[in-house]
Design a protein around this ligand. Structure first.
Ligand code: MV4
Length: 446
């Protein structure tokens, strides 16, 4: 096991990772930009290193500074958190060259899943159902038109180097296809330096359901159930829950078993998320994320497992101590992402928190990186915390969430808390009837 871990991140996730390290008796090293000198993740770490100025490109994304911080402190491993360098295969390779462990999958697996065409081919080969579409990249517009006729319209043109909603173009009819292809290609070329695109049948009203997996890199893997992340705005998730109100236990066990088998066959190490669109009772693979996700706590709440501890153990080479039968799902969990933003316009609202009171009590968890008197800098993501609530069933979870939201007080800045207070009174949310377009439609209403 590692004795010292460097956490290459900031905010709530840096604190979350420190907590796991402390439980394992591992020393922590925080890194920070000059804008984060007063941040909680710096105060609570055993050691800290300033790695550069405020812009992330010169600090949290600066690989040479991070490698130097490992060398100065003697950290044996790096946890990247989410965002920043968490899915950067080159970073994993460079750490490896410096004999520092990357707490995550191998660089090869990160690279494989970063290439969306290769990821989809791999998923299909391993028995995971995928969205009908082109076999790999499409060549000329003529070739694309032929494939498109077979798939049918509407369809999506997706960039192989895209993901998370970047580099997608909708073609409603054959007439739209040439424009969709050329704009997708040129946007992908300038954003990612790669103009490879592929085609997929467009699913009109799916839910976004993702399966959490955990592997040891030695051929053993389990699934930890799914999360429903359909409530999103502009590809930013807002509210996540586990289990999905749309699935029954047979569907859960079936897709879970398929995914766990695939991940075991891949010899995947660490935690991962296999993303699906779900429509009319069918699952369609879209992408795999090779990082710890923001919404991992809802899975922790219903399984009782600590996903960060599992990441650290598997990165140190330990075999999985769990079999699928050891995983028990209990109750229901919901996460609300608390952003420092106006709850109607979503304009960022950095500034000083003049008063901060978090909810508590049975089944309530707050993962946050801020405190009363803290000044949120304007340079980074606006996520300042997450409220996660657990109950023995969905109804109890919603009752508890309503209560917890009413206790939460954050003054001095605007936050998305009022949006959640509204959402949990909406009949569709109470009944669990929503798809990936629900929230954007709701926000557009007069
Ligand atoms: C799709 C789709 C419909 N049909 N693919 C957007 C993010 C990226 N991960 C995949 N995305 C989508 N792919 C097919 N074939 C609709 C979306 C999509 C979406 C997916 C998940 C969550 C929110 C979304 C919002 C808009 C579009």
């Amino acid at each position: 096991m590692f004795e010292k871990i460097l956490i290459a991140n900031r905010g709530e996730i840096a604190l979350r990772i420190q907590r796991a390290c402390k439980e394992l008796g591992i020393k922590t090293v925080a890194v920070h930009s000059t804008a984060d000198e007063d941040a909680m993740h710096v105060r609570l770490a055993d050691e800290s290193v300033c790695i550069g100025p405020a812009p992330a490109a010169q600090s949290y994304l600066d690989i040479p500074s991070l490698v130097a911080a490992c060398e100065i402190t003697g950290a044996e491993a790096v946890h990247p958190g989410y965002g920043f360098l968490s899915e950067n295969a080159r970073f994993a390779d460079i750490l490896d060259e410096h004999k520092v462990a990357f707490i995550g999958p191998t660089a090869e697996h990160i690279r494989l899943m970063g290439d969306k065409i290769a990821a989809k081919e791999t998923a299909q080969r391993l028995g995971i159902p995928v969205v009908p579409g082109s076999d790999g990249a499409v060549g000329s517009n003529e070739e694309a038109a032929e494939v498109a006729e077979k798939i049918g319209f509407p369809l999506l043109v997706k960039a192989s180097s895209g993901g998370g909603g970047r580099g997608m173009k909708l073609a409603e009819t054959a007439e739209d296809l040439p424009t969709a292809l050329s704009t997708a290609r040129s946007e992908a070329k300038s954003a990612f330096g790669d103009d490879a695109v592929y085609l997929e049948k467009y699913l009109k009203k799916p839910r976004h359901i993702e399966v959490q997996v955990l592997g040891d890199g030695l051929g053993h893997a389990v699934h930890l159930g799914e999360r429903d992340c359909s409530l999103q705005r502009r590809h930013q998730k807002v509210f996540e829950e586990a289990p999905s109100p749309a699935l029954n236990s047979e569907e859960r066990a079936r897709i879970g078993a398929i995914v766990a088998k695939a991940v075991a066959d891949l010899k995947y190490r660490g935690v991962g998320t296999v993303e699906f669109l779900y429509e009319n009772g069918e699952f369609y693979f879209i992408e795999m994320n090779t990082r710890l996700q923001v919404e991992h706590p809802v899975t922790e709440m219903i399984t009782g497992l600590d996903l960060v501890i599992e990441q650290i153990r598997t990165a140190s080479g330990a075999p999985l101590a769990l079999s699928q039968d050891d995983i028990q799902f209990s109750g229901h969990a919901i996460e609300c992402r608390i952003n420092a933003e106006n709850p109607k316009t979503f304009t960022p609202s950095p500034g000083t928190i003049s008063y901060f009171h978090t909810p508590g009590g049975l089944g309530v968890r707050v993962d946050s990186g801020v405190y009363q008197g803290y000044t949120i800098p304007p340079y980074y993501d606006s996520l300042i915390g997450k409220l996660i609530v657990h109950g023995k069933n969905r109804n109890e979870c919603l009752m508890r969430l309503r209560r917890a939201l009413s206790e939460f007080v954050i003054d001095g800045i605007e936050t998305t808390i009022p949006l959640f207070s509204e959402l949990i009174s909406e009949p569709d949310i109470v009944n669990g009837i929503y798809d990936i377009h629900w929230l954007e439609k709701y926000l557009k209403r007069p």
